[in-house]
Design a protein around this ligand. Structure first.
Ligand SMILES: Cc1cc2nc3c(=O)[nH]c(=O)nc-3n(C[C@H](O)[C@H](O)[C@H](O)COP(=O)(O)OP(=O)(O)OC[C@H]3O[C@@H](n4cnc5c(N)ncnc54)[C@H](O)[C@@H]3O)c2cc1C
Length: 449
């Protein structure tokens, strides 16, 4: 039997998921070393173009609790208790995420989170080889090739690699190079939308210029803008816009067009984003893609985890949370399954169905965020769900199941949540208001779905 504890384990990628995984493995006493293609972000600035902050919720927090860092990390987060919807007319509407206490999401800086995780790993004696990349895996020779900062190749045979090297995973690409012998399935989907990050700076007295404890959304039908708070009273704003078409990145090519576009669609945000025109042209336009593939592992040698296995689009705020949950599931399985190949296979069996579910939910949620949140039927549904949650704390909306209930799998949350949504949307289409007397009937109908 080949046990994980008998092997040298390389975690490839010290991004968010790789850092939590490496930390958990070293806490368990495994021989683990990390390979990271970038320079150390603690001594070199991170390149622009990646999301600056992220929504951290209960599934992700469960992983941080597992490595003993949840409380310390949450001290650096800003709580977001609901969506603040910005109408075209400047109106504001707060849609709470939940009516139960403790159910909010947390805006956290990617850098702060990553640095705290890497430092905790190193504190336990872990080694991160920066500026070193995985370039190839040859299954026929059971051999990995790493390239270090001096361009020297290092060949490693018969070691175990867990690849957390992100959405453009080199490990996954190597598996695809052998797709026929591995019978590998692969689907990559690019969205016709891109994203651009901008900033709302603090006010003159260092205050937050819009509501601090909310995720702000400017839904505009076929596109939208969002803003997440940071502890320094700034907001990171993200515009999601089609690449092509009438309102699109291809038509925003000079500062005047950008100004007119923002004045037309986001008039209340224009005075807040003080460096709009400079940032718009300085910051890169990111693309959004999702990846579904299988298998996620090769024998007892290579396992994909996090975005490398299942990159998803960011509209449920779950990509990192899902990757963190991977680590919890893997950690639980290590206790139960000794043989590495069986461990990898069981991990994939348990996670693939759930990663596919959250990927599909994220696609649905894009439509919800950019369009439906402003729709009167949807708003009545959210109101009714709020009333239900207040009266029946055991009622969980689809969003609440995904975000606040790690004990319900993504797949189960998707199936149950979609049934609830269908029922509630049809119920709310014909009703303008709800009496508390009818809540019992609605609740019992939902229970019987
Ligand atoms: C705009 C946007 C907003 C998002 N918002 C949220 C959110 O609110 N909540 C949420 O949960 N998720 C969010 N996500 C998703 C989240 O960013 C990812 O799911 C998460 O970063 C995945 O972590 P990872 O460790 O798998 O990959 P990454 O964070 O991409 O890390 C991969 C690491 O591997 C390294 N690497 C790459 N190639 C190699 C190689 N060949 N050799 C060695 N190292 C390599 C990279 O340098 C990097 O450090 C968002 C994503 C985007 C794009």
């Amino acid at each position: 039997m080949n046990r994980l504890s008998d092997n040298q384990v390389f975690v490839v990628g010290s991004g968010l998921v790789g850092s939590v995984l490496a930390l958990r493995l070293i806490q368990r006493g495994f021989h683990v070393e990390v390979i990271e293609s970038r320079e150390d972000m603690r001594t070199h600035p991170m390149s622009a173009g990646r999301s600056i902050n992220l929504a951290l919720s209960h599934r992700g927090i469960a992983a941080l609790e597992r490595v003993g860092l949840a409380n310390d990390i949450l001290k650096h987060a800003v709580q977001m208790s609901g969506r603040m919807i910005h109408g075209l007319d400047g109106s504001l509407q707060l849609q709470p995420y939940s009516f139960r206490s403790g159910e909010h999401i947390n805006s956290i800086s990617r850098r702060t989170l990553n640095v705290m995780l890497m430092s905790a790993f190193e504190k336990l004696g872990g080694k991160i080889n920066f500026s070193t990349r995985l370039t190839n895996f040859d299954p026929s020779k059971r051999r990995f090739t790493f390239l270090d900062s001096t361009m020297k190749e290092q060949l490693k045979e018969n070691v175990i690699v867990i690849a957390t090297d992100g959405a453009n995973s080199a490990a996954r690409k190597s598996m695809l190079d052998h797709s026929a012998s591995l019978r590998m399935n692969y689907a990559q989907k690019f969205q016709p939308y891109g994203y651009k990050e901008l900033t709302i700076p603090p006010g003159a007295a260092g205050e937050f210029l819009v509501e601090r404890n909310a995720l702000h959304i400017w839904p505009r039908g076929h596109f939208m803008m969002i803003a997440l708070p940071n502890p320094d009273a700034t907001f990171t704003v993200t515009l999601f816009l089609p690449f092509k078409g009438p309102d699109s990145f291809e038509n925003l090519t000079d500062p005047h067009q950008v100004e007119l576009f923002f004045k037309k669609y986001f008039p209340d945000a224009v005075p807040l984003i003080t460096d709009l025109k400079t940032e718009f042209f300085q910051n890169p336009t990111g693309h959004l893609n999702s990846v579904k593939c299988s298998p996620w592992h090769y024998q007892d040698q290579l396992l994909l985890m996090g975005d490398a296995a299942h990159a998803i689009i960011p509209f449920y705020g779950q990509g990192m949370n899902c990757g963190f949950e991977d680590v919890v599931v893997f950690d639980n399985l290590i206790d139960k399954i000794q043989n590495v190949e069986d461990l990898f296979a069981e991990f994939e069996k348990q996670r693939k169905i759930n990663a596919d579910a959250i990927s599909d939910l994220a696609e649905d949620n894009f439509e919800e965020m950019r369009d439906k949140v402003a729709d009167p039927v949807f708003q009545r549904k959210r109101k009714l769900e709020g009333m239900l949650e207040e009266k029946y704390p055991e009622y969980y909306s689809k969003y609440a199941m995904v975000t606040f209930r790690p004990d319900i799998s993504y797949y189960d949350a998707m199936v149950r949540g979609r049934r609830q949504d269908d029922f509630l949307i049809s119920y709310c289409s014909n009703k303008l208001d709800f009496s508390s007397a009818e809540l019992d009937d609605v609740f019992h109908s939902l229970q019987s779905l």
